[in-house]
Ligand binder design. Structure first.
Ligand code: GUN
Length: 294
């Protein structure tokens, strides 16, 4: 049976270290989350982000716009937040309604407050081998989890299913930076099982039943980013867990694997951006907590 990659346990450990460091500082970071519309899943994610931030002493607010907000209005608000020194991190929850150009919104966030690492400056730095202000949260969380279990990445064949800007693309680059051989699969990939069967590490980030019997190699590592409710209302991931947990050496559960690590990375990124504004002494206090090194 596979060893469970326990995202909740690692989350609790990292956040305790972060809280410890933040408690010693007078100044606190402020994370502002912009949510457009009333998508129930997005609402839950955003509220979780706020709650987690507040537990750590990070000041947090959600700005909720109706789904018919204009792009202009959003852009004006982002400019205000960019110019407000008390705001240290800005997150625009995705997806946005269709009438809003997501690229214009991302481009408007100042890179030093871009807590997702999604702006062209930060994304471009990631892909050109430069140091971005922060790395995107879900890929970062996945790497933290693999590292916690001392899973070697260099030389492994990593197969990522999903090519989104949120997970697939940045994760591919981050695994490449760690010397993995990376294959990205997507909805037009032919013979997916032939490819996943060659994978040492499989990451599925689709949101559907993707990994079924006979698709995995013995002792591979399985990371399941998908989360949705099946026909019976049960929360599950992209991977047939019953099958995969018998074949793999390590596997993330859903829930309790990647999800908690995404939020952990968001907190780490919030502190990382804040750290850039601190004196060397205050920065030292946060570094003692031992969680800010990439
Ligand atoms: N929607 C789903 N995941 C994410 C994320 O990591 N960041 C943002 N901004 N929106 C998301």
């Amino acid at each position: 049976m596979a060893t469970i990659l326990d995202g909740k346990k690692l989350r609790d450990k990292i956040l305790a270290g972060l809280k410890n460091g933040l408690d010693k500082l007078d100044k606190k970071p402020q994370l502002v989350v912009i949510l457009v519309g009333d998508d129930p899943a997005s609402k839950i994610y955003v509220n979780n982000k706020k709650k987690t931030a507040e537990k750590l002493g990070i000041i947090s607010q959600i700005i909720n716009y109706p789904s018919d907000v204009t792009e202009q209005e959003l852009l004006a608000r982002i400019k205000e937040l960019n110019d407000d020194d008390s705001v240290t991190a800005i997150l625009v929850q995705l997806p946005l309604p269709e009438h809003i150009n997501k690229d214009n919104v991302m481009n408007a966030i100042t890179p030093a407050k871009d807590v997702d690492g999604f702006t062209p400056a930060n994304f471009g730095k990631l892909f050109s081998g430069q140091q971005p202000h922060v790395y995107p949260c879900t890929p970062k969380g996945i790497l933290l989890l693999l590292d916690e279990y001392n899973i070697e990445i260099a030389g492994k064949h990593a197969v990522i299913i999903g090519r989104s800007n949120i997970v697939g693309k940045p994760l591919a680059q981050m695994l490449l930076n760690r010397n993995a051989t990376v294959t990205i699969c997507h909805s037009r990939t032919k013979n997916l099982a032939d490819i996943t069967k060659t994978a040492d590490i499989v990451v599925s980030a689709v949101g559907g039943k993707i990994i079924e019997e006979n698709m995995l190699k013995n002792d591979c590592i399985v990371v399941d980013v998908g989360i949705f409710k099946d026909e019976t209302g049960k929360t599950r991931g992209d991977v047939n867990f019953e099958y995969a947990s018998k074949v793999a050496s390590y596997i993330t559960p859903v829930p309790g694997g990647v999800g908690p690590m995404t939020i952990t990375s968001l907190m780490l990124n919030t502190v990382e951006l804040f750290k850039e504004k601190l004196s060397p002494a205050a920065r030292g206090i946060l570094e003692v907590s031992g969680v800010l090194d990439e």
